[in-house]
Design a protein around this ligand. Structure first.
Ligand code: GDD
Ligand code: MN
Length: 360
C-alpha cells in the first residue's frame, strides 16, 4: 500500500516522551490513511533510539534512524524525509509540545487544496505560545523580524517546528537547503525557488514536562549562520567566510604574543615566532571547532585527537611560516610584517589541510 504520510520526529534525549507521543499519534490519526513515524535520533546519551527500537516491536509503523557523530535538528529532519517514500511529511518535536490534534486538519487541507506547506502557528487567531517563558517569546519575535530579510513570503511563525509539507515541494528544493541549525521551516521557505502555496493553522504550544530544551546559545549562532548563508552565502561559501574571521583572530593573537615575547623575554625572533604560531594555531583550532565546524564539533577524547591532527596537518604550514618569516626578518623586513606574512601563508595551508583531515 502506498504510504500517505510520514511523521518525522527529530530527537535528542527524549526517552521520557516518545511512548506517550506514539500513543497520542495513534489515537489521533485516521485509520483510513497509511502512515509511519520516523524518529531521527542523534545517538542520544539517554538511548532514545533504543527505546524507539523496543517500541517499534509493538507498533510496526514506527522506526528510528540513528545518526552517529552528528548533531543538528534541521539535518536530522532532512535525512528523515529523504529516508521515506511517503507523499506527505509532517515535522514535529518529540517532546509533546506540539498539538497533534490539528494533524487531521493539516492533512485534509494539504491534500484538498494541493498545497506545498501547512504550518502550525502560535501567532494566528486561536494559537498561543502557552506557558513559554516571556523572554523565549521575545527572542522568538525578534528572530522572526530578522527572518523577514530573507523571506519573500511573510509567515506569522517562521520559527515553527511543526508543519506538513508535500514530497513535490521538498524535492524541488532539497538541494538548495542550507541544513544549518534549528530552523528547518525557515530554511525551506527561504530556499524555495517559487513562493510556496501555504496556509497557517493555529495551535497552542504545550509545556514540556519531561527532558529539557536544547535551545542553547549555539542555536542563536546557528540561526545567524542560516541568515548569512541565505543572504550573502550565495556569493561566498559560509565556511570560508568563517575561516577567514577565525584566521584574523589568530593573526591578532599571533601578533600580540610575538610582540609580548620580543619585548619581555630574551627569546630569539625564531623562537618567539614559533611560540606565537603555536598559540595562534591553538586559538584557531578552538574557534574553528566551536564555530566554523559547529556541526562537526569534536568533543572529549576526539577534541584532543583533533587538536593533534590539526597540529600535524599544520606542520607543513608551520615550517613554511617560520622559514618565510625568518627569511624576511633577516632581510631587515620589520618584525610585524615578517610575522604577518609568515602567519597568513601558513593559514592558507592550514585551511586546506584541516578541512580534509581534522573535520573530515
Ligand atoms: N536529531 C536531533 N538532533 N534532534 C534534536 C536536536 C539535534 O541536534 N536538537 C533538538 N532536537 C529535537 C528535540 O529532541 C525535540 O524533539 C525537537 O528537536 C525540538 O527541540 P527542543 O529542544 O524541544 O526545542 P524548543 O522547544 O526549545 O523549540 C522548538 O519549538 C520552537 C517553537 O515552535 C523547536 O521546534 C524550534 O525549532 C521552534 O522554533
Ligand atoms: Mn520543545
Amino acid at each position: 500500500m502506498p504510504l500517505d504520510l510520514s511523521i518525522i520526529i527529530p530527537t535528542f534525549n527524549e526517552s521520557g516522551n516518545i511512548k506517550a507521543l506514539i500513543e497520542l499519534l495513534h489515537n489521533t490519526i485516521d485509520k483510513s490513511i497509511t502512515w509511519e513515524i520516523i524518529f531521527v535520533d542523534d545517538n542520544s546519551p539517554d538511548k532514545t533510539y533504543q527505546q524507539v527500537q523496543k517500541l517499534s516491536k509493538d507498533w510496526n509503523n514506527v522506526r528510528v534512524l540513528r545518526r552517529v557523530g552528528r548533531r543538528g535538528l534541521s539535518s536530522a529532519v532532512i535525512e528523515g524525509i529523504l529516508s521515506s517514500s511517503a507523499d506527505y511529511f509532517l515535522v514535529m518535536d518529540g517532546d509533546l509540545q506540539h498539538d497533534e490534534g490539528i494533524i487531521p486538519r493539516m492533512f485534509a487541507s494539504i491534500k484538498q487544496d494541493n498545497l506545498d506547506l501547512v504550518i502550525g502557528s502560535r501567532f494566528v487567531g486561536g494559537g498561543s505560545t502557552g506557558e513559554l517563558a516571556l523572554n523565549r517569546v521575545k527572542v522568538s519575535r525578534f528572530a522572526t523580524i530578522l527572518s523577514h530579510r530573507i523571506l519573500k513570503t511573510k509567515l506569522t511563525d517562521p520559527m515553527s517546528g511543526f508543519f506538513m509539507l508535500s514530497r513535490a515541494f521538498f524535492e524541488q528544493n532539497v538541494e538548495r537547503l542550507s541544513a544549518i541549525g534549528f530552523k528547518i521551516l525557515l530554511d525551506l521557505v527561504a530556499s524555495a525557488k517559487t513562493p510556496p502555496k501555504l496556509i497557517e493553522l493555529p495551535y497552542q504550544m504545550r509545556k514540556r514536562t519531561e527532558g529539557e530544551s536544547k535551545l542553547e546559545p549555539i542555536v542563536v549562532w546557528e540561526y545567524l549562520l542560516l541568515l548569512l548563508d541565505k543572504s550573502i552565502g550565495r556569493f561566498i561559501p559560509l565556511r570560508f567566510m568563517m575561516f577567514i574571521l577565525v584566521g584574523l583572530s589568530g593573526v591578532l593573537v599571533h601578533l600580540v604574543v610575538l610582540k609580548g615575547l620580543l619585548n619581555f623575554t630574551d627569546y630569539s625572533f625564531l623562537i618567539a615566532q614559533s611560540m606565537a604560531t603555536l598559540v595562534a594555531m591553538t586559538n584557531n583550532y578552538i574557534f574553528n571547532n566551536l564555530f566554523t565546524y559547529s556541526d562537526k564539533r569534536l568533543t572529549g577524547f576526539k577534541f584532543f585527537k583533533g587538536l593533534l591532527s590539526f597540529y600535524l596537518a599544520c606542520s607543513i604550514g608551520f615550517v613554511i611560516n617560520i622559514t618565510l618569516a625568518e627569511f624576511l626578518f633577516k632581510l631587515d623586513v620589520a618584525w610585524y610584517l615578517s610575522g604577518l606574512i609568515g602567519a597568513v601563508i601558513g593559514s592558507i595551508w592550514n585551511y586546506g589541510m584541516t578541512k580534509y583531515i581534522t573535520w573530515r
